[in-house]
Design a protein around this ligand. Structure first.
Ligand SMILES: CC(=O)[C@@H](O)[C@H](O)COP(=O)(O)O
Ligand SMILES: NCC(=O)COP(=O)(O)O
Length: 241
């Protein structure tokens, strides 16, 4: 069954708006896990505009499910991950000033760099995942870099699905199947929501894990956090029945 990892970046965004400690990201992560989340994801940005490096140290001891830290493996990020030893690190090639993640890796061009970084994480017992555009041409190099998984960058799927274009899933399916053939695990994330999650999982039941933040926290404003997490779990279950 596909696991649901809740990305709590947006909890930190609200907290930082007032400079205090409410809402508290540690409490939010504990609650998400109590409500059924099977993982907690954070994507610290170099400017610490939402999740801070201190948040990660505070979260580490209370994440009892699976801790997934996402980011560009610059030196400070490497140290952060190695110091906190999450269960999974997701490598994302985002620039310092990116509003949000907007592309996956060119695994062919950056193969040597990825190999080196991945080896270091693996030596420390941390599962590695590479954020990837839906493009079968990039899969072989992702596998050769030594990564355990890829994370399919789902923004384009989400945008097209909202317009009614269900064919947008085809290239994701092709990429996913090839990844499985190469022995890679499969994650997916970005702009997933209660509207599109069931279709995605029904079409690609091989997905091991989805990480969802922006939509889930927004939906929780109307529906409540516990109810929203339960709704996601139900949709994932329905899609795989
Ligand atoms: C890697 C990815 O897909 C992003 O969605 C990210 O995890 C979210 O980051 P922000 O919360 O900074 O937009
Ligand atoms: N890896 C994707 C993620 O953690 C959450 O992305 P989003 O749901 O905030 O777009």
């Amino acid at each position: 069954m596909t696991k649901l990892s809740v990305n709590i970046n947006k909890i930190a965004t609200i907290r930082n708006a007032r400079g205090g400690n409410e809402p508290n990201v540690v409490t939010a992560a504990i609650k998400c896990q109590e409500f059924g989340a099977q993982g907690i994801t954070v994507h610290p940005r170099p400017d610490e505009r939402h999740i801070t490096y201190q948040d990660i140290a505070d979260l580490r001891p209370i994440v009892s499910t699976e801790f997934n830290i996402e980011g560009n493996p610059i030196e400070s990020f490497m140290k952060l991950v190695l110091d906190n030893k999450p269960e999974q690190v997701t490598l994302v090639p985002d620039s310092v000033d990116a509003i949000t993640s907007n592309a996956g890796w060119d695994t062919i061009k950056h193969q040597d760099f990825l190999k080196e970084v991945i080896q270091e994480f693996k030596q420390n017992g941390i599962r590695t995942s590479i954020f990837l555009d839906p493009n079968p041409k990039l899969v072989e190099a992702a596998a050769s870099s030594g990564a355990d998984r890829i994370e399919l960058y789902t923004e384009e799927f989400a945008v097209e699905y909202a317009k009614g274009n269900k064919k947008a899933i085809d290239i994701y399916k092709e990429t996913a199947l090839l990844a499985k053939e190469h022995g890679l695990g499969l994650n997916a994330g970005h702009d997933l929501s209660l509207d599109n999650i069931e279709f995605l999982i029904r079409e690609i039941p091989q997905i091991d894990e989805v990480s969802i933040g922006h939509a889930l926290i927004s939906e929780a404003l109307y529906l409540g956090l516990e109810n929203t997490i339960q709704l996601y779990l139900r949709k994932i279950e329905l899609a795989q029945q």
